[in-house]
Design a protein around this ligand. Structure first.
Ligand code: G3P
Ligand code: MG
Length: 458
């Protein structure tokens, strides 16, 4: 009984942050797109539409918390040996970007100058980008044992204490950050020091004592690995019926869909945009709702639950499918309402031709098409239109994410668009920068903006 009572407490303590956690969380930033655990990776995750990211934190020789996954430096930097044998200054001399370029086959100029970030730099970046953070407090062994040696325990407790100090000093809000750890001693410190922050119990295979440990420490979720022979569908279903569960590392949309259907709350992914797209195609939540205060989320919910928005590709075809309207009809109806009727754009300016060569998408809410965007073969994003009553609810953001992903998949260096000047700050949130002076198009002031994928990490 004690366990079930305390499990309720754990779940309750999780609710405040769970409300804002999406189904797809960027793993080490967006590890498949940029060098893991770097500022470039965090920016990439944001540009790909993430509202939460996960990173790993460790301690340098001079006791500064830094963002890095492995205990050793060789996989992700040009350094060697254990990270904790180097001071912050020494660590920051290392190149944390080129390994990615080499592994990905891109020219080794794509992420020059990436460093191992300090935790404070990372916290500032997440604050600037309005990203929620799952901060994994690392263990110092390869596989965290249930009972570490006294020296290991001391190191993990020390790290947890320094992390708590930093998070407190930085004024991080509990709605902006959740902790996780494989280290049981670290979890004990995190829960004791900062009980108002949620903390996940992180495991590879789900141990027999998971409920007992979570209850004893008031852990908010169970985060486990997949695939793992011990984490069977039946076991996953059982755990997910009792506590929120998050699974790592899921880079296949169909696997994510199956895990969600077993009841897990979300997944960590190296390519969060691809998993989100696959979930959207399967009709599941696309997790596009930008993170905000509870009030903001509630206000969004007044007319439409933004999490129910799905984005589907809509080829410019006039062939009708059964009783459905042809996609080109739906696309052009939306553009007519927004551009021609609302913004007084002329028919001639609106229908400039070439639609068949472009990619088009529709945003659908409860079966109704409410927005559209297109991408030209040269990487120009345009004709972003959202019906008035569906604005400010994440629909435009979801459309833009899809369009940016398309441009990047074309292998182009940058995405371009002409923004109506009132929307500049919206596009800036996704990393677009104004290029050149204002100009008029169809009688409306515009500026050119571009998102340079090469610069994006900078
Ligand atoms: O928190 C999920 C995941 O990051 C845990 O494993 O080894 O990638 O840090 P790892
Ligand atoms: Mg991690």
């Amino acid at each position: 009984m004690g366990i079930s009572m305390q499990s309720e407490t754990a779940s309750d303590s999780f609710k405040s942050s769970q409300r804002q956690l999406p189904k797809v969380i960027g793993h080490r930033g967006a590890k498949a797109v940029a060098p893991e655990n770097t500022i470039a990776s965090i920016r990439a995750a944001k540009a790909l539409g993430c509202c939460w990211v996960e990173v790993d934190v460790m301690l340098s020789k001079d006791k500064v918390p830094v963002i890095h996954h492995d205990n050793t430096l060789s996989r992700c930097t040009n350094g060697q040996g254990n990270l904790w044998e180097y001071t912050l200054e020494e660590l920051q001399q290392l190149d944390a970007g080129s390994h990615y370029d080499e592994a990905s086959g891109f020219p080794a100029t794509r992420y020059p100058g990436e460093q191992i970030p300090q935790l404070t730099t990372l916290l500032q970046c997440c604050r600037d980008l309005d990203l929620g953070l799952n901060l994994e407090v690392k263990h110092v062994t390869q596989h965290a044992p249930e009972v570490p040696s006294p020296r290991e325990q001391e190191m993990e407790e020390e790290l947890a204490n320094v992390v708590c100090d930093t998070v407190e000093d930085f004024g991080v809000q509990p709605s902006q950050l959740v902790f996780s750890s494989f280290s049981r001693p670290a979890i004990a410190v995190l829960r004791r020091r900062l009980p108002h922050f949620s903390c996940a119990f992180l495991v590879e295979d789900i141990p027999d004592d998971w409920e007992e440990f979570m209850a004893a420490h008031g852990c908010a979720s169970l985060n486990f690995g997949w695939p793992h022979p011990a984490n069977t569908p039946a076991k996953i279903e059982e755990c997910a019926s009792k506590v929120p569960c998050y699974v790592y590392t899921i880079n296949d949309g169909e696997v994510a869909r199956q895990l969600l259907s077993l009841g897990v709350s979300g997944v960590f992914s190296d390519c969060p945009h691809l998993v989100q797209q696959a979930l959207a195609r399967s009709g599941l939540d696309t997790s596009i709702t930008p993170r905000g205060s509870d009030e903001t989320v509630a206000a969004r919910g007044k007319n439409v639950n933004a999490q129910r928005v799905t984005i589907r590709e809509a080829p410019w075809t006039w062939d009708s499918l059964g009783v459905e309207l042809p996609d080109a009809q739906i696309l052009s109806d939306l553009r007519r309402v927004v551009f021609i009727e609302e913004q007084n754009v002329s028919e001639e300016d609106e229908w400039e031709g070439g639609e068949e060569e472009c990619w088009h998408w529709l945003a659908v809410v409860d079966g109704q098409s409410v927005g559209t965007v297109r991408v030209k073969p040269d990487g120009t994003i345009g004709r972003m239109a959202v019906l008035k009553e569906f604005r400010s609810r994440g629909v435009g953001a979801a459309l833009l994410q899809r369009a940016v992903c398309k441009v990047e998949s074309l292998g182009l260096d940058a995405a371009q668009l002409s923004a109506q000047t009132h929307a500049i700050s919206f596009y800036e949130r996704f990393g677009f920068l104004v290029q050149g002076a204002e100009f008029e198009d169809a009688g409306i002031p515009h500026v050119r903006m571009s998102l340079n994928f090469r610069d994006r990490g900078g």
